[in-house]
Design a protein. Structure first.
Length: 145
């Protein structure tokens, strides 16, 4: 109960800030969220801390060949974009990779290549808030005040 009161007081204080200050805070929060999401994706962990489902073994994979980690390019700043305004902070995938990310996030069916077979993908939550992320957001808001 005390936490709800604290959250509402913090919210009322944030609404009294100028839009430029709120935008700056939103940008800072979004940047830190993107960094934490990138680290979590690199560690191949879901937001709840469970590991991603492993890749299926490939039939044509050479013995001793090194594979790039899952979502290595997808987690770069080129594809994982941030957007900040006075009222919100958004971290998400843009462009054509957003479809790939959504297929993995929700565990949908998709084609591996345009003329390939349809495959059911395992759900791997690429984006999501963890408890440390929420704590960091609160710290950022309090530091600004």
């Amino acid at each position: 109960m005390a936490e709800l009161r604290w959250e509402s007081e913090l919210n009322s204080l944030l609404t009294k800030l100028k839009p430029a200050e709120r935008r700056k805070l939103a940008r800072q929060i979004a940047t830190e969220l993107r960094r934490s999401q990138q680290q979590r994706i690199a560690a191949q962990l879901n937001p709840d801390g469970t590991p991603y489902a492993p890749r299926k073994p490939q039939l044509h994979q050479q013995q001793g060949a090194l594979r790039r980690g899952m979502f290595a390019k997808l987690r770069t700043a080129k594809y994982l974009k941030i957007e900040a305004s006075p009222d919100l902070a958004v971290v998400g995938f843009v462009g054509r990779v957003s479809r790939i990310a959504r297929v993995h996030q929700e565990g949908l069916r998709d084609r591996i290549k345009p003329s390939g077979v349809v495959v059911q993908y395992v759900e791997r939550q690429l984006l999501g808030l963890t408890e440390p992320d929420i704590t960091q957001i609160r710290k950022n808001a309090l530091n600004l005040l």
